[in-house]
Design a binder for this molecule. Structure first.
Ligand SMILES: NC(=O)c1ccc[n+]([C@@H]2O[C@H](COP(=O)([O-])OP(=O)(O)OC[C@H]3O[C@@H](n4cnc5c(N)ncnc54)[C@H](OP(=O)(O)O)[C@@H]3O)[C@@H](O)[C@H]2O)c1
Length: 309
């Protein structure tokens, strides 16, 4: 089969190659991958992993072979799954507790946007507790996590302020549910019950200036790569506010991945969540699209079709 293989130091970070097919364990489902999506964090993993490694966490496709233990979806079921790695391939083996069926009215491309970005958006919003009538600030709002988080927070009853880096990045965010869109977090006025912060550096420092007393700043990314300084004085006007880190992989029990993924899929099926797919390309274009993502040119998610599509 073919897969995207890591090529650090090569002319491109990855290339398509022939590799052996996976050999699923008894608790794993074999999936013919139709689509997958790409996360900003995976740009780093090209550098941090060895040559020959196969990336890929967000996949959708069709079950080729059900798990031998009798659990999970049957042959021919359309599915979406969260894998640790190895997903950017024509076939991948997925543990039964990380895979859920997708209804006919949800496309492979839409479903593939969900595992990492959707779980992150859903669980970060939940960290704010009950949000009816509360103000929520979302940095990196035009990106993969941000465009999903805007919708989930708005459906939770929050008043949502979205932060973008350039005016053109604001396009479409109002329709997703953002009440206000600001250019740069410094333009966000007032205080917020919940801030989803992924910029890092001066963005995190500015977030702390905008949190309410007892509010929560969820720190889930550092897209700028910059450090931040904080001091006790930052909390003088926001007493007992907290900074909460978030890592999607350890943010809940393993058995919670499938129910949360199923919830996200059902929101799309019901018309309550609309993944923004800024780029949908054949997987041969991955290295080029990686540069667009690095350059903050992708609105929402980048999705790829594999050789099975
Ligand atoms: N902790 C976790 O479990 C977890 C899970 C998923 C993602 N993440 C992290 O969360 C962040 C967002 O992920 P994503 O997949 O939504 O990424 P993305 O699609 O690339 O979106 C990130 C957005 O952040 C904005 N941004 C602001 N400052 C930036 C900077 N200095 N460099 C690059 N982008 C900047 C960009 O929008 P503008 O150009 O409009 O500012 C960009 O659209 C990333 O840092 C990612 O690594 C963490």
């Amino acid at each position: 089969m073919r897969a995207i293989v890591n090529t650090p130091g090569g002319t491109a970070p990855v290339e398509l190659r022939e590799i052996p097919e996976p050999n699923p364990g008894p608790h794993e489902v074999l999936v013919a991958v139709r689509a997958f999506s790409f996360n900003r964090g995976e740009l780093r993993s090209f550098v941090n992993n060895e040559a020959g490694w196969i990336p890929g966490q967000d996949i959708s496709g069709v079950v080729l072979k059900p798990a031998a233990n009798g659990l999970g979806p049957s042959e021919g079921t359309r599915v979406v799954a969260l894998t640790d790695e190895f997903g950017w391939a024509e076939q991948v083996a997925v543990p039964v507790h990380r895979i859920v069926p997708i209804p006919d009215n949800v496309s492979f491309a839409q479903a593939a946007t969900l595992p990492v970005a959707g779980l992150t958006a859903l669980r970060c919003v939940r960290l704010g507790g009950a949000l009816v009538g509360r103000r929520v600030l979302i940095t990196g709002a035009a990106g993969g996590v941000g465009t999903l988080a805007i919708q989930i927070a708005a459906h939770s009853g929050a008043h949502v302020t979205a932060v973008v880096g350039r005016p053109e990045r604001a396009a479409g965010l109002g329709e997703l549910g953002a009440d206000d869109v600001v250019h740069g977090i410094e333009s966000a006025t007032g205080r917020f019950s919940l801030v989803l912060e992924s910029g890092g550096g001066s963005s995190l420092s500015a977030a702390l200036q905008r949190i309410e007393p007892k509010g929560t700043v969820v720190v889930y990314g550092n897209s700028s790569g910059e450090p931040s300084t904080i001091s006790f004085q930052d909390f003088r006007a926001a007493q007992n506010a907290r900074i909460q880190s978030f890592f999607y992989f350890t943010s809940g029990a393993e058995e919670q991945f499938a129910p949360d993924l199923a919830l996200l899929v059902s929101l799309i099926a019901d018309g309550n969540l609309r993944p923004v797919i800024g780029i949908e390309q054949d997987w041969a274009q991955l290295a080029t699209v990686a540069e667009s993502l690095r350059g903050r040119q992708v609105a929402g998610k980048a999705v790829f079709r594999t050789g099975n599509s």
